[in-house]
Design a binder for this molecule. Structure first.
Ligand SMILES: CC(C)(COP(=O)(O)OP(=O)(O)OC[C@H]1O[C@@H](n2cnc3c(N)ncnc32)[C@H](O)[C@@H]1OP(=O)(O)O)[C@@H](O)C(=O)NCCC(=O)NCCS
Length: 152
């Protein structure tokens, strides 16, 4: 793993509404798309409903460089109440491989444990090797659910 002076200047903290521009910028660098309207709506939901399970990595003098969006819920797909979900974890491309996602995930899993969560789900594409590596390195194993899809 690369370690840099920069990563020493990173703190992990809960997501705030004013993080929107920095968050949109990280998403843009990742996807090439500026999705401000989409993320504004999602932010309102996440900051109001899940203030402790949505975290950002903030670099001193730079701003938001990574995030993880999680929540605790049930019902969907028949999972019980109190299940932890990780909806997305993203690190600015130039800072990947420096341990930032690990720090975000450790903190989120710590929160889930405190909240009494016994099982955590996430979904990634087979092609996302780095995401599979990240989850595996944190003790996740392939679950029993299967994903259906149909082309229309
Ligand atoms: C997946 C992602 C969040 C990892 O972030 P990161 O900060 O680079 O990850 P870390 O440096 O904390 O690495 C943690 C572990 O992830 C795994 N990992 C990271 N990069 C990897 C790569 N390129 N290939 C395989 N495994 C990788 C390793 O197991 C690593 O642990 P190690 O360094 O002890 O071997 C980042 O690559 C990313 O933002 N990808 C694009 C978005 C995405 O795919 N998100 C996940 C699905 S929502």
């Amino acid at each position: 793993m690369k370690t840099t002076d920069q990563t020493a200047r990173i703190i992990i903290r809960p997501l705030r509404e004013e993080d929107l521009p920095g968050f949109v910028e990280v998403d843009y660098r990742q996807t090439g798309k500026r999705r401000e309207a989409y993320w504004r709506d999602r932010f309102a939901h996440f900051t109001r409903r899940h203030p402790l399970s949505c975290l950002v990595a903030e670099m001193e003098g730079v701003g938001v460089v990574a995030s993880v969006l999680g929540d605790v819920r049930g019902w969907e797909f028949g999972v019980p109440e109190g299940t932890g979900w990780i909806e997305g974890i993203n690190v600015r491309p130039d800072l990947q491989g420096t341990g930032i996602a690990s720090r975000l995930l450790d903190q989120l899993l710590g929160y889930f444990r405190q909240a009494g969560v016994k099982r955590v789900f996430s979904v990634v594409d087979w092609e996302q090797e780095e995401a599979i590596g990240l989850f595996r390195s944190h003790g996740f194993r392939r679950g029993d659910f299967i994903a259906f899809e149909k082309k229309l």
